[in-house]
Design a protein around this ligand. Structure first.
Ligand code: ADP
Ligand code: ADP
Ligand code: MG
Length: 638
């Protein structure tokens, strides 16, 4: 059999691994930004399906089917996201005579819209959150009682969700939610439901086959979320009375049976931490990002079960065969800045060092580039231990060792989270992280704090390299030689903001040991250290030209607007000669599935437009320049 994975990154690698183990041949499809991505090289064959600009290639069903035809693939696995819950794509795969690695398309359609899914859950006897989707929604909201949640029926990935606190705000919120739902999902229907103020997200993994067997593989808790998106997931869900846990298992299996479910899927619930009640949230008719924690405690390979079910074989195991051992936790390592609203960031991975004793499902390797085109998940760090407390400790220890940079990542924030009392006690709810103030979030170390450890780590690495090369101590060092010579007095480092730090030799002794630094470097030109989970990266400049002024574009200047980070231009609402005021949006860029509006910093006339829709732009690249009218104070941000 030959399996094409209609997806990218870590999930493509994950699926290939099982396919390889089972002796299937593998095909990767890739778009231009992923040319060098690890998953492409891992497949037996690969096929380019699209260009770079404003990339939507992984949503291009025709191109993917053409690739399947061209490579003679027998089966298509959709991964998650993209086309994984697209009924038309599933049907097209089947009509092309290929095996669809997923449930029958009708099940995808039935669960695709939350409105229909709710009705089916009710029909299967599964409790749903009190709410409404038709008729006078404002009246329904009054009846439910505020606060209420307005949710896109076709939603996914946390998009299109709004909390409304009072009747006066309802109409405006409804309008916004409909607009966002239409723009993101092409369907403006919404659900209005009771807002559960202490919601735990608990879900049940199910798997079925075409012979009528449906079993569950236990619970997962995914309550550590930001913006309704999961950050940490664990199995089994902690702190659940046996009656609730059994109720969740039964409800998930009942719903799956009700729709004749015949592959891997997840039924998501909210458990109200205040009352202990549980309610159906939605069903995801695909493999889930967090499936590894379930694999870890059941010893099962979920992709193997998917392949088995999709090719018409029986699952080969009954509910009684499923045993749960230990506790497993997954942390999503995202290229994002938690201290800037978890805003996604692109950038290079020059340093990558992964601790032992963990499962690491990643989309990057040392030397990879995280591009602005896709979502910010770069890896999943999974630890499994006999009990929950030791699993949390092991996750914390692993995050204390992980080095990944200089692309900004959330690892330091996750490290901080592992010690948060609400998580430790199993009382995390989905709104806790969003409510954290900046001061409560365990701020990242400053480069001043990190510089001594980095300098010490760099020196230690230099020395160990030198010792290793006993025959000719200098030959292997190449350019290190001169640098070390200079480093005897002090190590010179340049931080990500371009500031120089000179660490005197005297300050190096002991710096590395105190700071729990882990250094990693592909060459001698940069060094990265882990300080309390945060990777801080420094360049090690050549001393002779280090003091030369570095070119820094002023992205905040009044007479130009520059890209704040690598991004793709999606809209340029101005043309040369337009008169703009401070705060007027002049360019809209997209980075990792989030839109950012870039505004003029002062009043002026557009002099040059240096970008157009679809352009990929680098950080600090000038996009629009102005002839200034007069200097103004920046608009009041409030
Ligand atoms: P899960 O519950 O498994 O996290 P999500 O619905 O949040 O499921 O989405 C799974 C993954 O797919 C996430 O990484 C998300 O960013 C990505 N994703 C969701 N929708 C899309 C889409 N339309 N295109 C590309 N990726 C998507
Ligand atoms: P998506 O398809 O975007 O994943 P979900 O319906 O699964 O949407 O909801 C995503 C998250 O939103 C949940 O994990 C939970 O944190 C929160 N949420 C959803 N419905 C409610 C509700 N009624 N009350 C409180 N939180 C909710
Ligand atoms: Mg969900």
């Amino acid at each position: 059999m030959k399996l094409l994975v209609a997806n990218r990154a870590e999930i493509a690698s994950r699926v290939f691994a099982t396919a390889r183990r089972l002796g299937w041949r593998t095909v990767a499809v890739w778009a231009e930004p992923d040319r060098e991505a690890p998953f492409v090289a891992e497949a037996d064959e690969s096929c380019c399906i699209g260009p770079a600009a404003l990339d939507r290639s992984y949503l291009n069903a025709d191109a993917i089917l053409a690739a399947a035809h061209e490579t003679g693939a027998d089966a298509v696995h959709p991964g998650y996201g993209f086309l994984s819950e697209n009924t038309a794509f599933a049907q097209a795969v089947i009509e092309a005579g290929l095996v669809w690695i997923g449930p029958h398309p009708e099940a995808i359609a039935q669960m695709g819209a939350k409105i229909e899914a709710r009705a089916l859950a009710e029909a299967a006897g599964v409790p749903t959150i009190p709410g409404a989707s038709g008729g006078d929604l404002a009246a329904a909201a009054d009846q439910i009682g505020f606060p209420v949640l307005v949710k896109a029926s076709a939603g996914g990935g946390g998009k299109g969700i709004r909390i409304v606190h009072s009747a006066g705000d309802f109409d405006a919120a409804l309008g916004e939610a409909r607009t966002e739902a239409l723009r993101s999902f092409g369907d403006d229907r919404v659900i209005v439901e009771r807002y559960i103020s202490r919601p735990r997200h608990v879900e049940v993994q199910v798997v079925g086959d075409r012979h009528g067997s449906v079993i569950h593989l236990g619970t997962r808790d995914c309550s550590s979320q930001r913006r309704y998106q999961k950050l940490i997931e664990e199995a089994p869900a902690p702190n659940l009375p046996a009656a609730i846990r059994d109720g969740l298992h039964e409800a998930a299996v009942a719903l799956a049976r009700h729709i004749g479910y015949d592959n891997a899927g997840t039924v998501e619930f909210i458990v109200d931490a205040a009352s202990g009640e549980f309610f159906f949230l939605e069903m995801n008719t695909r493999l889930q990002v967090e499936h590894p924690v379930t694999e870890a405690i059941t010893g099962l390979d979920l992709v193997e079960l998917q392949l088995r079910a999709a090719t018409g074989q029986p699952l080969g195991l009954s509910q009684a065969d499923v045993a749960f051992t230990g506790h497993s936790i997954e942390a999503r390592i995202n290229a994002e800045d938690p201290y800037d609203g978890f805003s996604p960031r692109a950038g290079p991975v020059r340093h990558l060092s992964v601790p032992d004793g963990v499962r690491w499902d990643a989309s990057v390797a040392e030397g990879s580039e995280v591009t602005p085109y896709y979502d910010p998940l770069i890896a999943k760090l999974i630890v499994t231990r006999p009990d929950r407390a030791s699993a949390l400790d092991a996750l914390r220890d692993a995050l204390d060792e992980l080095v990944v940079g200089p692309v900004p990542a959330n690892a330091g924030f996750l490290r901080w989270l592992t010690d948060m009392p609400a998580l430790r006690s199993g009382e995390m709810t989905t709104n806790v992280i969003d409510a954290l103030g900046p001061a409560e979030m365990g701020e990242p170390p400053s480069s001043d704090d990190a510089a001594p450890a980095a300098a010490a780590a760099w020196m230690a690495r230099l020395r160990s390299r030198r010792t290793a090369e006993t025959a000719s101590p200098w030959s292997a060092l190449g350019s290190f030689r001169l640098t070390e010579h200079r480093a005897e007095a002090a190590v010179l480092l340049r931080d990500s903001a371009g500031e120089l730090h000179e660490v005197a030799a005297g300050a190096l002794n002991g710096a590395g040991t105190e700071a729990l630094a882990t250094a990693s470097s592909a060459d001698a030109s940069s060094v990265a250290v882990n300080i309390a989970g945060h990777t801080v990266t420094f360049e090690v400049p050549d001393r002779s030209d280090a003091w030369a002024p570095t070119a820094t574009d002023d992205t905040g200047s009044v007479d130009a607007v520059a890209a704040p980070f690598p991004a793709v231009v999606v809209e340029v609402p101005v043309v040369i000669g337009d008169v703009v005021a401070a705060g007027d949006v002049v360019v809209v860029v997209e980075a990792m599935k989030m839109l950012h509006s870039l505004a003029a910093h002062g009043a002026g006339t557009v002099a040059e437009v240096r970008c157009s829709t679809g352009d990929a732009v680098e950080a600090n690249q000038l996009l629009v320049t102005f002839e200034q009218h007069e200097r103004e104070l920046p608009a009041d941000p409030s």
